[in-house]
Ligand binder design. Structure first.
Ligand SMILES: Nc1ncnc2c1ncn2[C@@H]1O[C@H](COP(=O)(O)OP(=O)(O)OP(=O)(O)O)[C@@H](O)[C@H]1O
Length: 256
């Protein structure tokens, strides 16, 4: 479904070129919930963003559903992006629009007629359990509710793929559970393939069937979590699997 082949991305920074992602290859199959895990700065978000070409790689190719996105002109790429929803750590809701109008936004951009928009928005809000909040403004919502609005908005375009960039990093542990449950439900009920960036192994263990471990821009190991015996080889994967409860910054420091 998604094939990343030898992806490379270098940023020009004041301190010189920064190789955020180097030679990263990954195959995500239909129906996967695929985790990308690693410490801060490992290149997870950059790699995730190459899937819909929010970040255009300098090297390598991106295929989705057998089509090479990296070879498409921008106009065609915009159409393909409709089938790829995305949610972010800080929700990125429009604060001057209520919940209903936030979910409506991508449909308006895609010029979906108003009459078609209503049932779609209502069913997306129902899916994330927020039908009763349609008129509320983001400022009145909890972090978990905001993220569920963002999930509903991402679902509005009927995506086949949902990209999640640290979706639980701004919320407390209880709320994390409700967001993960919503993601699992849409994966199971709608068959949406999910790629999720996180630095927490407990998030991976809760919902992912596969995970790739990243370090210094490279994918160092991949695991199929349905296998009975997982034996991490790399020090970073061994560390992540051992410390799955909470990976706080001081733990990162102790690893380094
Ligand atoms: N637009 C940019 N310009 C310059 N450097 C960037 C840019 N985006 C990312 N980087 C750098 O690339 C490296 C990888 O960043 P990335 O956000 O992909 O890592 P990450 O694993 O997702 O970490 P985090 O959890 O902190 O977001 C980091 O050193 C980051 O500072």
């Amino acid at each position: 479904m998604i094939t990343l082949n030898k992806i490379g991305k270098t940023f020009a920074t004041a301190g010189g070129p920064l190789h955020a992602v180097s030679s990263a290859s990954l195959t995500v199959e239909q129906g996967d919930i695929y985790g990308l895990i690693g410490f801060s700065g490992a290149g997870k978000s950059t790699l995730l963003r190459t899937i819909n070409l929010l970040e255009r790689p300098d090297e390598g190719t991106v295929h989705v559903d057998g089509e090479e996105l990296t070879a498409l002109p921008l106009r065609e790429l915009r159409k393909r992006r409709l089938a790829i929803g995305m949610i972010f750590q800080h929700f990125n809701l429009l604060n001057n629009r209520n919940v209903y109008d936030n979910v409506s936004f991508p449909l308006e951009i895609a010029k979906v007629p108003r009459a078609e928009r209503r049932p779609r928005i209502e069913s997306c809000l129902e899916m994330v359990g927020l039908s009763d909040k349609a008129k509320a403004y983001p400022a009145k919502l909890s972090g978990g509710q905001k993220q569920r609005v963002a999930i509903a908005r991402a679902l509005a375009g009927n995506p086949k793929i949902l990209l999640c960039d640290e979706p639980t990093s701004s919320v407390d542990p209880q709320t994390t559970g409700s967001i993960l449950a919503a993601l699992q439900e849409i994966n199971r009920n709608l068959g949406i393939t999910i790629v999720i960036v996180t630095h927490e192994m407990n998030v991976v263990k809760a919902i992912c069937n596969k995970v790739a471990v990243m370090e210094h821009g490279r994918i160092v190991e991949k695991f199929d979590l349905r296998e009975k015996h997982i034996v991490p080889q790399s020090p970073i994967a061994q560390y992540l699997f051992k410390n799955e409860i909470a990976l706080e910054r001081e733990m990162e420091a102790s690893y380094a």
